[in-house]
Design a protein around this ligand. Structure first.
Ligand code: 5GP
Length: 212
C-alpha cells in the first residue's frame, strides 16, 4: 500500500488546564508522533530550551514570519505572539507522519479553517475551581497576567463546540491514555482508509481481466 498522509492532531483548551504537562507525558510514550515546536515572542522561562520548547523570537522577527506566510496559524495571547511554523507541519504530514500541535483556542480555530480533516481535542479541567487554582499557583507571572489568563480561560471554555473530542484532565496518565486511544481510533476510521482501498481496487493488478 502507498504510504498515507499523516494525521494532524490539535490539542487545545483553556489556559492552565495542563496542556503542556499532558503533551510532555504523551511524548514520553509516543515515539511516532512529531511535535510541532511553536514560535513565540514571550520570554523564556527557567529551564526552557530554544528550539525544543519554543523557537523564541523578537516581535519584529515574528511579524516577518506572519508577512511571509510562514505560519499555519498565529494568535496574540496575553500580549505575546504564538504561532505554528507551516513548513514543518506540511512536510511531516506529507511524509506520512502524524503531527501534534498544542496550542490555544484562537489558533486551533484558524487551523480548523485550513485543515478541517485535522483531529481537534479539547482538554477540559476537572473542575473550574481547580483550573483557577492552577492559573493562580503557576507563580511565574504578575497578578495582572493571572487576571488576564483567568479571563481568557472563561472565554476559551465556551469554544468547546468546535472540537471532535473532549478529554477531562483529572489525571495526567489517564488523559494521555485517552489521547492515545483517539490516535489509534482515527487511524482506523473508514473515511481515512477508503481512498487507499479504492486505488488498490482500480489498479490493474487487482483486476479480474488481467488474470489469464
Ligand atoms: P505558555 O506561554 O504558557 O507556554 O503558553 C501559553 C498558551 O499558548 C498555551 O495555551 C499554549 O498552548 C499556547 N500556544 C503555544 N504554542 C502556540 C502556537 O503555536 N499557537 C497558538 N495559537 N498557541 C500556542
Amino acid at each position: 500500500m502507498h504510504k498515507q498522509k499523516g494525521i494532524l492532531f490539535i490539542l487545545s483548551g483553556p489556559s492552565g488546564v495542563g496542556k503542556g504537562t499532558v503533551r510532555e507525558r504523551l511524548f514520553e510514550v509516543e515515539t511516532q508522533l512529531k511535535y510541532s515546536v511553536s514560535a513565540t515572542t514571550r520570554d523564556k522561562r527557567p529551564g526552557e530550551v530554544h528550539g525544543s520548547d519554543y523557537h523564541f523570537k523578537e516581535h519584529s522577527e515574528f511579524e516577518k514570519m506572519i508577512e511571509n506566510d510562514e505560519l499555519l496559524e498565529h494568535a496574540k495571547y496575553v500580549n505575546n505572539y504564538y504561532g505554528t511554523p507551516r513548513d514543518y507541519v506540511e512536510s511531516e504530514l506529507e511524509a506520512g507522519n502524524d503531527v501534534f500541535l498544542e496550542i490555544e483556542v484562537q489558533g486551533a480555530l484558524q487551523v480548523k479553517e485550513n485543515f478541517s480533516e485535522g483531529v481537534f481535542i479539547f482538554l477540559f479541567p476537572p473542575s473550574l475551581d481547580e483550573l483557577k487554582k492552577r492559573i493562580v499557583n503557576r507563580g511565574t507571572e504578575s497578578p495582572e497576567l493571572v487576571r488576564n489568563r483567568l479571563n481568557e480561560a472563561r472565554k476559551e471554555i465556551e469554544m468547546m463546540h468546535n472540537y471532535d473530542y473532549v478529554v477531562v484532565n483529572d489525571n495526567v496518565d489517564y488523559a494521555v491514555q485517552k489521547i492515545k486511544s483517539i490516535i489509534v481510533s482515527e487511524h482506523c476510521k473508514r473515511e481515512r482508509i477508503e481512498e487507499q482501498y479504492k486505488k488498490i481496487m482500480k489498479a490493474d493488478d487487482f483486476n479480474v481481466r488481467t488474470i489469464n
